[in-house]
Design a protein around this ligand. Structure first.
Ligand code: SAH
Length: 368
């Protein structure tokens, strides 16, 4: 059995403590950090500014596991979807979306998801485990290389909108963002990072204190408690819309940065006037903008349908009258199931240990 420890799970402080205990100079921690995160070394042999004996010692105790690309597919619109294989053979997906001189990586934070949003394909997978900070960073490193190769320009933005709920893997996501934004790490600006959450109020507050410079997006989908709970059962579990709003007001107070609400409009669920009025009222209470997202069908069991364009327009107008900007976001990469909510890691050719949650059709039907 492999008893070596993943060296990438050590933060700088732990690395320093390790070298101190070996009576090595303090700068060793800096050197190794630089190799691991800046130079993306895959073996201790590459770390040529360390004495050979130290490299051998590190080799004995640690390994440097890496997430690998298992499969890459490209959509007719240029969007790339990766199946990323983790060291224990589980698979997560990442997506890269090119726009004019801009490329956004959409990355995963968990294998599967513990929330059960009824409209989301990932929500139907069991949550298998959290990704480590290095597995999250590996997705960004891969996306950075792919952006240059496929589009000829660098990766500019990162969104945590892939598989999983980032705020339920708080510590690792936080550490990953620190590595991605640190000068010694990937050196990307926190302003280019957006974390999307189904809304975990306590963690939103913590995030405001820990990472105030990143952007926050909240998957709202309804501003009426009973409707939101019906399609996103976690709404009730986390204290409903009041608790969410309170945490967002805290976020704004600490960060002075507007919140983006992500909002799907479904036929017969939230395409009525009452829903529109509720959203306008809710969004007016906090500096925000609204992304009306196009619904992407997830599978043949699907009981959800995208509302008509006139309804989206009615939402947009009603928000505009209150001075709230709303944009309609068309989805990308649908032909390769790379669009929001379609990430479900269907790879029959690999032995992936993803278990599906039992999905009950009546659960969806009865609730509508
Ligand atoms: N758990 C996080 C991040 C993953 S979901 C969150 O809930 O925000 C990323 C975005 O995709 C969310 O806004 C989510 O509501 C949206 N989404 C989920 N299923 C979708 C679907 N079938 N079509 C379009 N968007 C979907």
């Amino acid at each position: 059995m492999d008893t070596k420890k993943n060296i990438k799970t050590l933060d700088k402080r732990e690395l320093s403590a390790y070298f101190k205990q070996l009576n090595e100079p303090a700068y060793r921690a800096e050197q190794v950090w630089d190799w691991l995160w800046n130079k993306q070394a895959e073996s201790f042999d590459e770390m040529t500014n360390l004495p050979k004996s130290l490299r051998e010692k590190l080799e004995e105790h640690f390994d440097i596991p890496k997430a690998r690309l298992h499969l890459t597919r490209q959509s007719s619109d240029g969007t790339i979807k990766n199946a990323v294989e983790l060291p224990d053979n589980l698979i997560v997906e990442s997506v890269i979306i090119p726009e004019k001189k801009r490329a956004t990586a959409c990355i995963s934070s968990q294998v599967g998801c513990s929330l059960n949003c009824l409209f989301c394909a990932t929500g139907r997978l069991k949550r298998m485990r959290n990704l480590t900070a290095s597995e999250i960073v590996d997705q960004v490193v891969q996306a950075r290389e792919q952006s240059l190769t496929y589009y000829g320009y660098p990766l500019t933005n990162i969104v945590f909108m892939g598989m999983g709920e980032p705020l339920l893997n708080y510590e690792n996501v936080k550490e990953a963002i620190e590595i991605i934004t640190s000068e010694k790490g990937l050196g990307m600006s926190p302003k280019r990072i957006t974390l999307s959450t189904a809304g975990i109020p306590e963690r939103i507050k913590q995030l405001a204190l820990d990472l105030p410079k990143i952007n926050l997006a909240v998957s709202l989908h309804s501003a009426i408690d009973e409707v939101r709970t019906r399609i996103m059962p976690s709404n009730k579990a986390y204290g409903g819309l009041d608790a969410l709003l309170e945490s967002l007001q805290f976020w704004y107070k600490k960060t002075k940065s507007k919140i983006t609400f992500e909002y799907l409009v479904f036929k017969d669920i939230n395409d009525d006037d009452r829903s529109i009025r509720a959203l306008v009222k809710f969004a007016s209470k906090i500096p925000s903008k609204v992304n009306l997202i196009q619904y992407n069908p997830t599978d043949s069991f699907d009981r959800f349908a995208q509302a008509d364009d006139e309804v989206l327009e009615a939402y947009r107008q009603a928000l505009k009258e209150k001075g709230i900007i709303a944009t309609v976001r068309r989805s990308r990469g649908q032909d390769i199931e790379a669009a929001c909510g379609q990430l479900a890691a269907k790879y029959e050719d690999v032995k992936i240990k993803i278990e599906h949650k039992p999905i009950s059709l009546s659960q969806i039907k009865n609730r509508q």
